[in-house]
Design a protein around this ligand. Structure first.
Ligand code: PRP
Ligand code: URA
Length: 208
């Protein structure tokens, strides 16, 4: 398993805007979408391809197309903000949802919703959640998916904490984690430092 930090200057610029306390929820939503597409672009670079014959105005040719359907597994709530632009720019996607909420005391995720595509055969699965903090939500998601015989290829998280990466790596050594930043640490409340605060609240304007 690898942890891939997407260090593209445009992604770094966008991440700074996302972190900034003065970024309005409306802009936060836009930056999260843009950054999610940038990481997805990187995470999808090794997707298997197949040959298909197409006609240009000049001749018939063998073209390479993406072989399998892409499935985005979105962790609610904040993962919602990661799918729209990816789907707009690459339409052949299906989306599954897993609703989790961290208990503020124990920091353990509570599952409240599962809605997955019926057919996941011959698919490439990506799990989307902007924050990988303790890793509890990602591990719970992977456990739920295992129960449906769904095996993701990659996790895409905008910001990851070293503690969470280690927990996920210990349990799922074969999954790659794509992130824009491996931050310093978790604070005593389980928030990523420096992080960006509560991603769901910032996305949906529910901080207060
Ligand atoms: C946030 C975030 C992740 C989780 C990460 O969601 O979007 O799902 O915390 O923390 P972990 O790695 O320690 O599990 P939260 O549970 O706050 O729910 P929300 O998106 O509905 O706000
Ligand atoms: N969830 C968030 O939204 N932010 C954090 O820093 C940690 C968990």
């Amino acid at each position: 398993m690898a942890v891939i930090e997407v260090n593209h200057p445009l992604a770094k610029e966008k991440l700074n805007l996302l972190r900034n306390i003065n970024t309005h929820p409306d802009q936060f939503k836009r930056y999260l979408e843009e950054l999610s597409f940038m990481i997805f672009y990187e995470a999808s670079k090794n997707l298997p391809m197949k040959k298909e014959t197409i006609e240009t105005p000049l001749k018939t040719m063998d073209a390479e197309i993406i072989k399998n359907r892409v499935i985005l597994i979105t962790i609610l709530r904040a993962g919602i903000g990661m799918t729209r632009l990816i789907r707009e720019l690459y339409r052949e996607t299906a989306v599954g949802f897993i609703g989790l909420k961290r208990d503020e005391q124990t920091l353990k995720p509570i599952t409240y919703y599962i809605n997955l595509p019926k057919n996941t055969n011959n698919s490439e699965i990506f799990v989307l959640d902007p924050m990988l903090a303790t890793g509890g939500s990602i591990i719970k998601t992977l456990e739920i998916l295992e129960g449906y015989n769904i095996h993701p290829r990659n996790i895409i998280s905008i910001i990851a904490a070293p503690e969470g990466i280690e927990s996920v790596q210990n349990k799922y050594p074969n999954i790659d984690i794509y992130t824009c930043s491996i931050d310093e640490k978790l604070d005593k409340n389980g928030y990523i430092v420096p992080g960006l605060g509560d991603a769901g609240d910032r996305l949906f304007g529910t901080e207060e």
